[in-house]
Design a protein around this ligand. Sequence first.
Ligand code: FMN
Length: 216
Amino acid sequence: MLLVINGSPKPHGNLQRMLEKIAQDSGQGYELVNLAKLKISPCLGCVKCAEKQRCIQPDDMAPLYDKIEAADALIVGGVIYFGHPNAFTHTFLERLFPLRHLHPSTIGKLAAAVCVGGDEAEAGVREISYHLSSYFNYNVVGSVFFNSATPPCFICGYGTTCQYGGPARWMTPDEFANFTEITPEMSQKFEDHPEVVKACETLSQGLREAIANLAR
Ligand SMILES: Cc1cc2nc3c(=O)[nH]c(=O)nc-3n(C[C@H](O)[C@H](O)[C@H](O)COP(=O)(O)O)c2cc1C
């Protein structure tokens, strides 16, 4: 069983669709957890989790610990907001702390990282992978990232006129003066990028093989 964590608050955004493809193609049963639908507070740093390897905060993270421990593999997906995996994703990663005390339950367990960003997704997927492998000793079997080149300014309604948004910043003054319309096809989909689709399929296969090896 895969436990698939979706840190994007956008329902059916690129990240969720990538996660679903990876999980489905792996041939494993899976549960998708949408963090934006849950109430999960940041780590309080009280370290009271050391004794029982569970957090004292009675929020929606509480039922996830057993699932994380029971899963054959944990897939963590995040989106980039302001240069880093967004707060839903980071808060989830922080709250894994109870699992790394006296008897860490994540050592050698399988994981994967997925990240979507406008143009900084590669750094984001490295951050998620590093968090899982370095702090929690997960065996990160693979990762996938997708740069959608789609800033929030394409959906806010003011992208063609706002002087402070992405288009005004990355276009030349002439390009921005001629940028009068934002059309749906400007919002990029990972499905239209064969190299990203292939990377998802490679990750699915890696997960399938690693899980099969667990049973040997
Ligand atoms: C508040 C906000 C800040 C963002 N900051 C960045 C950023 O710093 N770097 C980046 O590459 N993308 C940034 N993005 C773009 C998102 O990562 C991008 O919209 C992503 O494609 C969303 O994926 P989704 O469709 O799966 O939700 C930002 C988006 C929002 C809403």
